[in-house]
Design a protein. Structure first.
Length: 248
């Protein structure tokens, strides 16, 4: 989804920093943006080259997050939008989870969001404006839909929803909006193990009223909306995009 978010924002004219633990993957997305991105919607121009920067970053490490923000400021002068998207999901029964499993998931999925939000918010406060978008999940809890074998993942996503509300209140005086998006089953490598099991896939789709997997681009369109002034009166919200899963 991160690739999709980056491309969608670039097409809307946003200068994008693409960060991931794989610099090679980041560079591929940056090349796509430079080749095809940066062309505002409804533009009559044939081609505008997008501006983008690739940075290797492990979001669970504060020193790397701080360096990422420093490089972004050096390149573009300010940060208007943060999309917290990094995440891992390991399917494993609760009774078999190790402390290492728990720590790794929470470090990336929750601590990483905290570190990135704090580092960028410090810059946004200076300019008294900014938008932070956290990617949560329908597995965030409090919905009456328990999800087995991903307890650590559910805990991290529930934490994101809570953190989003708290940050929205604290940062509102600085004109910084903070919202979250909770996707359902989206076509990404994260669901590859599910797709390999036809029975599991069938069971998952049976819970989705629209009877299909969502596309990354559909989530990215929501990211763009929350990043824009079209959502200027929204903060502290968690928006679900799941094909009706939680309603089914």
């Amino acid at each position: 989804m991160g690739r999709s978010h980056a491309l969608t924002l670039a097409k809307a004219g946003v200068k994008v920093v693409v960060a991931d633990i794989s610099l090679e993957d980041c560079q591929k997305v940056v090349e796509e943006i430079k080749k095809n991105g940066g062309e505002p919607r409804n533009s009559t121009k044939l081609s505008l080259r997008g501006e983008a920067l690739a940075i290797k970053c492990d979001v669970s490490q504060k020193s790397e997050v701080d360096e990422m923000v420093k490089k972004a400021i050096e390149k573009f002068g300010k940060i208007d939008i943060l999309v917290n998207n990094a995440g891992i999901c390991q399917f494993k029964p609760f009774l078999e989870l190790t402390e290492e499993d728990w720590d790794k998931t929470l470090d990336i999925n929750l601590k990483g969001y905290f570190l990135c939000a704090q580092a960028t918010a410090k810059e946004m406060v200076k300019q008294k404006s900014g938008v932070i978008i956290n990617i949560a999940s329908v597995a965030m809890g409090q919905q009456g839909v328990g999800m087995p074998n991903i307890v650590h993942y559910c805990a991290s996503k529930g934490g994101i929803a809570g953190m989003t509300e708290a940050l929205a209140v604290e940062l509102a005086p600085y004109n910084i909006r903070v919202n979250a998006i909770s996707p359902g089953m989206i076509e990404t490598p994260m669901i590859s193990s599910v797709k390999q099991d036809p029975k599991m896939m069938e069971a998952m789709l049976a819970r989705v009223p629209m009877r299909r997997v969502g596309r990354s681009e559909e989530v990215s369109n929501l990211v763009l909306f929350l990043a824009s002034d079209d959502s200027s009166y929204m903060t502290g919200s968690t928006v679900v995009i799941d094909g009706g899963w939680l309603s089914g």
